[in-house]
Ligand binder design. Sequence first.
Ligand code: M6R
Length: 606
Amino acid sequence: MCGIVGYVGEKEAQKVLIDCLSKLEYRGYDSAGVALFEKDGIEVIKATGRLQVLADEIAKRTDLTATCGIGHTRWATHGAPSDVNSHPHSSERITLVHNGIIENYLKLKALLTEAGYSFQSETDTEVLVKLLDYNYDGDPLCTILKTLSQVRGSYGLAIMFQDYPDRIYSVRKESPLIVGYGEGENFLASDIPALLKYTRDYSILEEGEIAEITKEKIQFYNEFGNPIKKERLVADWDVEAAEKCGYAHFMLKEIHEQPKAMLQTISSRIEDGLPKLRLESMTTDYLRSLRRIHIVACGTAMHAGMVGKTAIEKLCRVPVEVDIASEFRYRDPIIEKDELVIIISQSGETLDTLAALKLAKEKGAHTLAIVNVVGSSIARAADDVIYTYAGPEIAVASTKAYSVQLAVLYVFALRLALARGTKSEEEIRADVAELLRLPDLLEKVLESSDRIKYLASLFMNCDDLFYLGRGFDYALSLEGSLKLKEISYIHSEAYAAGELKHGTISLIVDGTPVIALATQDDVFEKTISNIKEVKSRGARVILFTKEGVSVPQDVADYIVTLPKYAELFMPMLTAVPLQLFAYYMAVLRGCDVDKPRNLAKSVTVE
Ligand code: M6R
C-alpha cells in the first residue's frame, strides 16, 4: 500500500511529483506529502486527506524552485491518518517516504530514545529515518546498508540526504519500486502508471537493491553495496490506459473495457481453434500426471479461483482446493511434491499471495501465476506465468482483472480437459468457439446498463442485501457481494442458495433485498425453489437468469435476462451486471467509487 514517487531533473519538482502521485492515489489516500530540495535545505509539505488537499496547498506556493524531490500517498498502518503521521518523515539530515511496515520499530525506538532522539509521530517510518540519522557517517550508501541490516520488515523507500541535494536514494524489500529513465531527468515510482506521461523506459528494483538517482544517471548497487547493471524494460501500456477518457469513474471505464480485455486475453491463448498455454513445462504428460491443484489468492482474485475450481473439477475431474492466501500460509498446508499451485493476482504484489507462492515453492510444488502486471513480484517469483491482458486497473474495486482471470482459468481448464481426455477434441473445439463469442456478448450485456442503473435506484436505500446462487452462481455471488460492500458500504452476504435455510433465512423479512442468480440448467429448478423460500418470507428479489429458460410467475420482482450462452461460461457474462449494480448503487449513494474508504488497490502488508 502507499505510493512513492521521486523526481530529479530540470522541471519544477513539486508539479511532477503531484502529477505522478495522482496516478498512484489508488494505493492509499489517507494523506499525501512531498519533500523538496529547496535553496535552504529540504522542505516538507504534507496534508491529511486526498491528494487534492496537498495539491491546493502547493498551488499557493509561488516560491518553490526545487528540481529534485520525493512524494508519498499514504494508506495508514501505524498511526492514524493525521498531518503528523503523514510522510515524508525527517531527521535533521535525512528525509524519506516509506511503503511497508518496520516490524521491530518499537525495539529500535527504545534504543534511539535512549540515544537522545525524540519522536513526533506514532509511525514506524519515523523510527527508520531516525535510525538512518543515527548511523549516518557522511556516506549515504554505507548508511543505508548498515541501517537496513538492523531492520526487520518490508519497505520501499525514497531517501534524501541533506548533504546530497542532487540525488535520491531508493531501496526495497517486498514493497515494489521501479525507476524511470528520462532525458536529463530520472524518476522513481511504486508503479508504472505514475511515470507513463514522462517515460516508458524503466527498470525494476529487486529485493535489497539500491538505486542512486541523479538527473544524468541511475546507478544501481546490490545488497552488498557493489555497483551492478540492470536490464532496461519498455512499458507497453499507453497513457490513455491510465486516464478516465470521459468516463465518470475508472471503475465504469474498466467495466466497459471488458470485451476488449477478454478478447486480448483469450485470443492470445487459442491456436487453430484449441487452447494453448504456451508454457514449456505444461506438457500433455505433465497435465495428465496432475493429481491435485491448489488455487491461492486474496479477495476478488480468490473469488475468480472459486469459479476456476468449479470449471476445472467439472471439465477435468481433478480435485481443486481454493485457499485464501493469508490462511494458506499459516495453516501448514498439505502439498505433495509436484502438485500444481495456481496463484492469482491482479497487481502481482499482494504480500500474502506472494508469501503463499514462496511457501508453495518451498514445499516442492510447481507454481503457475495468473497475473496482470507484467514484471511484478509474483510474476517473477513463479515457475510459470500467464499474463492477463487487462491493461492497468486503477479503480480499487477489481472488475476487468477478475473477468480476465476467469478467462485464463477457463482456457487452462479446457487445455487440461484436452490433455486428460475428459473431453474430446471436437467438444473442446466447440467450447473454444463458444468462448470466442464472449466479447460480442459482453458488449450486448453492457447495453443494458440503464436497466441496471434503474434497478439500483430502486434498491439504493437498503441496509442489507443477500446474494444467492448454486455452483458457478454461488462462486459469482461471493464476488457480487464483495463488490457491493466494498464500494457502496451496504452490508451484504452471499449464500449458497441451498444453505440459507440452515440459519440465515431468519434474516429475511418483509422487503429484504435478494439478488438471485440462476444461470445453471442442472440446478435451475432447485435455485428457483430456494428463491421461492425467500420470496414467501417477503424478500424483494432481482433474478439474474438467461434467455430461453422459463421462470415461474411471481418468483422475482425484477428479472434481468442475460443472452443465451453456454452455461459453463455464464459467470463471465453474469459478472458484468453485478459489477454495474454495485457501481450504480455506490454512485447513487454518493460514495467515492474509485477510492472506497479504508482500502487501497495493492495490499502489500499482511
Ligand atoms: O492484486 P491482487 O489481485 O492480488 O489483489 C487481491 C485483492 O486485494 C483484490 O482482489 C481486492 O479484493 C479487490 N479490491 C476487490 O475488488
